[in-house]
Design a protein around this ligand. Structure first.
Ligand code: AMP
Ligand code: GLY
Length: 422
């Protein structure tokens, strides 16, 4: 099978890594890719937002499957263009991707499907915003309605800051604050059959102890030793299947990856958000644990034959990923700095720990930073404690001037797992 992956982040590197290990994959291409993906796939320049260009590239390569990684091309209709060219594609249509592209749309689908989520108001004027903020009280949750790369949400006790964020958006969703730990649960779907993956937890804030601004994600781990074993079945029954069924009923079936961002509140599971693609950095840890070869599953989702697939198989191992980010991320990052130590990780730590690239590019013989999140250092181990140790040992070998990473990824979960087994 010839596969083309669209995107250039650590998520796409994780997808390409898994696909490169799949014996059914005979050729692997990525566009536009990055310096790390170049080691496992042939790279091609493309404007990932241009559906015709992506379809033309896929046809030229004779691709049997196109996997669209990021949300922006999906919302721009890239999957539709590839599908129209007669090539199987893993990723939802433009219309179905509105589940991520518009928070107001997602709320409407959830209401129709009876999916539990935070109560909310959609506001377009300062008066409506003020009323909604007043109705819920602090902590205030203010979300830009459109795509904002994980940075459109402000959660604050400061009324003025909440109003200011709202004033900078055309349309905002103001919602009730959900307490409790967050879980990311991904499901692969062909528009009817829904196959959940293993849950993961993401660390959204920039700094240790969940301080600092929201980011695209600074690290992740899986499994979740503290979560109830019935969580996945419950979310499948109350969230994932009803959402997929509702979009099917509307005539805009969702095929691809449905990502449920959940809060486990004292009153039960609530959806914080949906995404229409694999999450980053959770994908790095979820795929590290997946034993089933990936290509066949993604192709079955693209072809509408998921119901015929055998159940997914998982490793017993735990996985942890730590994101190494540029100086000043999530503000305007500093780029162009050389990265060293990658060879040491490959020589000393592989295959238990490895580096997935996000914002990197080649500059002659060097690899240099080219974005906010630069690397996602991923490790597996018999438990979270071992996976963490391996991930941080590898992080310690990497040198990137001015870089930052969190030191507490999976720390509490590793601790709780040890206490539970002690
Ligand atoms: P989102 O882009 O919707 O995932 O929001 C980004 C982050 O903001 C989430 O991962 C949560 O940490 C936080 N957040 C979003 N909505 C809520 C809410 N209703 N209550 C509490 N925290 C929230
Ligand atoms: N991990 C958060 C996201 O992918 O949106």
């Amino acid at each position: 099978m010839k596969v083309l992956v669209i995107g250039s982040g650590a998520r796409e590197h994780a997808l390409c890594r898994s696909l490169s290990l799949d014996p059914d994959v005979t050729a692997l291409h990525c566009a536009p890719g990055n310096a790390g993906i170049a080691e496992v796939a042939d790279l091609h320049p493309v404007d990932a937002l241009d559906g015709d260009a992506v379809a033309e590239l896929a046809a030229g390569l004779g691709a049997d499957l196109v996997v669209v990684g990021p949300e922006a091309p999906l919302v721009a209709g890239v999957a539709d263009a590839v599908r129209a060219a007669g090539i199987p594609v893993f990723g939802p249509s433009r219309e179905a991707a509105q589940l991520e592209g518009s928070k107001a749309f997602a709320k409407d689908v959830m209401a129709a499907a009876g999916v539990p989520t935070a109560r909310s108001y959609v506001c377009t004027t300062a008066e409506e915003t003020a009323e909604a903020l007043d109705a819920f009280g602090a902590p205030y949750v203010v979300k830009d309605d459109g795509l904002a790369a994980g940075k459109g949400v402000v959660v604050t006790d400061d009324l003025h800051a909440a109003e200011q964020h709202a004033a900078g958006c055309d349309r905002v969703v103001i919602e009730e604050f959900l307490d409790g730990p967050e879980v990311s649960l991904f499901a692969i779907t062909d528009g009817e059959t829904v196959v959940p993956l293993q849950p993961a937890q993401d660390f959204k804030r920039a700094l240790d102890g969940d301080e600092g601004p929201n980011t695209g994600g600074m690290g992740a781990y899986s499994p979740l030793p503290w979560a109830e074993p019935k969580l996945v079945d419950e979310v499948l029954r109350t969230v994932l299947q009803p959402t997929v069924d509702e979009l099917h009923r509307r005539g805009t079936p969702f095929s691809g990856l449905l990502y449920a961002g959940l809060a486990i509140t004292s009153r039960g599971v609530r959806v914080i958000e949906f995404n229409a693609r694999f999450g980053d950095p959770e994908t790095q840890v979820v795929l590290a644990r997946l034993k089933t070869p990936l290509a066949g599953v993604l192709l079955a989702a693209a072809n509408g034959t998921l119901a015929d697939q055998p159940p997914l198989r998982w490793r017993e191992d735990a996985a942890v990923t730590v994101v190494v980010a540029s100086h000043n991320y999530p503000g305007t990052p500093r780029t162009g700095d050389p990265i060293t130590g990658l060879d040491e990780v490959a020589a000393e730590d592989a295959p238990d720990a490895y580096v997935l690239h996000a914002g990197t590019k080649r500059d002659g013989d060097a690899v240099v930073s080219a974005g906010g999140r630069v690397l996602s250092v991923t490790a597996t181990g018999k438990d979270l404690t071992e996976a963490r140790e391996r991930a941080y040992r590898a992080v310690g070998r990497i040198r990137l001037d001015g870089s930052q990473h969190r030191t507490d990824i999976a720390a509490r979960a590793a601790q709780s797992a040890q206490t539970a087994t002690a």
